[in-house]
Design a protein around this ligand. Structure first.
Ligand code: UDP
Ligand code: MG
Length: 333
């Protein structure tokens, strides 16, 4: 018993909140982001850590992070071996975070750090997941907004769990929710869907999303398209059913069409003709077949990735925060 007590005495002080920030080539925004974050956290009760996950940046981001970490012991920095994508970086952050609650926030100041206080309040009032919904989306093109809208309509038609529109990765998760997410082994991680799949008491707060402070978004349309495919294939098998029913309907159609021609030939004695109909039908059926194979292929491709069982990310190194607390570091003061 006394042995147990003495080991308890040496446990580090419990950390209430971990702030996880995925960063990829954000040299321009890191310092202002860090200053605003520290200022926003200063009023919070309880101890916290700030955990930057450097997603294989190729600019001076690693250097900037190292400078911040050296000046401020509440900052931890994890570096991945290469760019694994935001989902990989978030997964790494969720695995490494030690807080009783974890907030995920972007480094480009699109998600205002001042909102964290409201999120913590909602968590302390009993919510296990606090989702942040954008009331406005400054600085985003109307094409991006409308494609995003169509995507959410499409995915919610087919997904087994509802996926909220205008809710990004900015959210707070309780320790139980983080553990639940960490226990999901999948490699194709469509986080937006996984956050709602885990369930728990979820609360949604509204906030105004601002334009990126500096630098460029890392999301090109091709990447967004693949992200959309990931989302749909991870949370629904509806496209497979769609392929099956399309095949079924075209086969029945072809059969009826054949009967029509047969009876026409028998009754009227119509000689066989119609090269255009023939070629159009062949192309249509060929196209449908390729489409169906393509859909199956999307799933098989993801099965292949899952079966390989590769980790979601590789850590190059991890320097944890040395202490937890509201002590603002040298850079902020
Ligand atoms: N990010 C990342 N890995 C990537 C792409 C982005 O860690 O491969 C980070 C990025 O540094 C930022 C956040 O994810 O902190 C959001 O990225 P971005 O602003 O480019 O996305 P958007 O806000 O346009 O959706
Ligand atoms: Mg952004």
């Amino acid at each position: 018993m006394s042995k147990m007590l003495s080991s308890l005495t040496y446990l580090p002080q419990p950390c209430m909140l971990s702030v996880v920030i995925p960063v990829y080539n954000e040299e321009e925004v890191l310092a202002p982001f860090y200053r605003r974050l520290v200022a926003a956290l200063a009023d919070l009760p309880g101890r916290f850590e700030i955990l930057f996950v450097d997603d294989g940046s190729t600019d001076s981001t690693p250097l900037a992070l190292e400078t911040i970490r050296k000046h401020d012991p509440i900052v931890g920095v994890a570096r991945l071996t290469r760019n694994f994508g935001k989902e990989g970086a978030i997964s790494a952050g969720l695995q490494l975070a030690r807080g009783q609650a974890v907030v995920i926030i972007d480094a480009d100041l699109q998600d205002p750090p001042e909102q964290i206080a409201r999120m913590v309040q909602a968590w302390q009032a009993g919510a296990e997941v606090v989702n942040m919904r954008r009331r406005s989306r400054d600085g985003e093109s109307s094409l991006k907004k409308s494609t995003a809208h169509i995507f959410y309509r499409a995915i919610n038609l087919v997904s087994e769990v509802p996926i909220a529109e205008d809710v990004g990765d900015f959210r707070l998760l309780s320790r139980r929710a983080v553990d639940a997410l960490n226990s999901l082994p999948e490699r194709c991680r469509f986080m937006k869907g996984m956050f709602s799949w885990i369930g728990f008491d979820q609360v949604t707060l509204d906030y105004d999303r601002h334009a990126r402070l500096a630098g460029k978004t890392k999301w090109r349309y091709w990447r967004l398209w693949n992200y959309a495919l990931d989302g749909i294939t991870s949370f629904s098998t509806a496209p497979l059913k769609f392929a099956m029913y399309t095949g079924f309907i075209s086969a029945v159609g072809a059969f009826v069409y054949a009967l029509y021609f047969l009876s026409k030939a028998l009754i009227i004695g119509d000689p066989v003709q119609g090269f255009p109909t023939l070629i159009v039908t062949i192309l249509l059926v060929g196209g449908l077949q390729l489409l169906a194979i393509g859909i199956v292929g999307e799933y098989v491709g993801r099965l292949y990735i899952e079966v390989k069982q590769r980790p979601q990310y590789l850590l190059y190194n991890y320097q944890p925060a040395l202490m937890h607390g509201a002590q603002a570091g040298g850079l902020a003061s």
